[in-house]
Design a protein around this ligand. Structure first.
Ligand code: R1P
Ligand code: URA
Length: 292
């Protein structure tokens, strides 16, 4: 039986839009670009030939429009995987739940979800102003342990290697690992570096940054940089990728995370023009996304 989902579980507002995003089903495309910064949404949609709808509620800004024949939505997630939980579930509900009967639709609609974010590099040879495609996301946050999901044997092997080489204090994190949607990743090769991305539950200590607060894992950066397994290495860290890949697996969507490298933590360098590197990432990636 297809059970009715109660008003308390799937919250719709007065205009019949999903609660946090304030978006209605007809206002969403099936190819979606996520960005962290709400101000980055118009930086993407300014490249649209035509904008159909714009909505904002809290940090969630959503623009839907067209580049040529390609219909696209760009949505801001804010920072962190707690926000990814909200955004991915609400995007999924918009296509896979019938809002009038409040029941799950019989056929799954798969979304293509592509993150265009910023990130810090963990290798000397991943320079600032380069672009990284996350082959995998390793979550040091705590989102995915709340869901049931299956890892492939390859993912299990890589996660096992990670746990053997990166020593986290018991109780600090319960790492999980998911791979990118391969069909999407294959399109972003020329002009992109591929590597494993670590998703952290914070920007400072969880990324090895010591300002005034002492670190419980002073060896974190060194161990992440040294990690090797077969041909895999860790290229960068940020704060959303593993959550996106994880909920993509749980809900059945194809996800890819691409980052502009704004900091290199090994060289201790920061980009001279963050706005320019993000603009370049948007332009280069939209040229590919409009053809998907
Ligand atoms: C931290 O400054 C934020 O920047 C990165 C991190 O993942 C985190 O969200 O991505 P965005 O620039 O897309 O927000
Ligand atoms: N975003 C992060 O999460 N970390 C960085 O170092 C840069 C951007």
């Amino acid at each position: 039986m297809n059970k009715r989902i109660a008003e308390s579980e799937l919250i719709l507002n007065g205009r019949g839009a999903v609660y946090h995003l304030d978006v209605r089903p007809e206002e969403l495309a099936t190819t979606i670009i996520t960005v962290g910064d709400p101000d980055r949404v118009p930086e993407v949609s300014k490249h649209f030939d035509r904008t159909e709808s714009t909505h904002q509620h809290r940090e969630f800004v959503t623009h839907t429009g067209y580049i040529g024949q390609k219909r696209l939505t760009v949505v801001s997630t804010g920072i962190g995987t707690d926000n990814i939980d909200i955004v991915l579930n609400e995007l999924d509900a918009l296509v896979n739940i019938d809002f009038s009967s409040r029941t799950i639709k019989p056929a799954l609609t798969r979304l293509q979800i592509i993150r265009l974010g910023t990130s810090g590099a963990l290798q000397e040879n991943v320079p600032v102003d380069s672009f990284v495609v996350s082959s995998h996301g390793v979550g040091l946050d705590n989102l995915l342990p709340w869901y049931e999901f299956e890892n492939t044997p390859q993912e299990k092997d890589l996660l096992n290697a990670f746990s053997q080489q990166v020593h986290l204090r018991p109780g600090s994190a319960n790492p999980y690992l998911l791979s990118a949607a391969n069909d999407l990743a294959m399109r972003f090769t020329q002009g992109y570096i591929s590597g494993i991305t670590i998703t952290c539950p914070g920007f400072y200590a969880p990324q090895g940054r010591a300002l005034r607060g002492p670190l419980s894992h002073p060896q974190l950066l060194e161990q992440l940089t040294a990690f090797r397994h077969n041909n895999h290495y860790i290229s960068n860290f940020e704060m959303e990728t593993a959550g996106i890949y994880g909920l993509g697996r749980v809900l059945g969507h194809d996800c890819l995370s691409i980052s502009a490298i704004v900091a290199n933590r090994i060289r201790q360098e920061f980009t001279k023009d963050g706005a320019l590197v993000v603009e370049n990432l948007i332009k280069q990636s939209l040229a590919i996304i409009e053809k998907i």
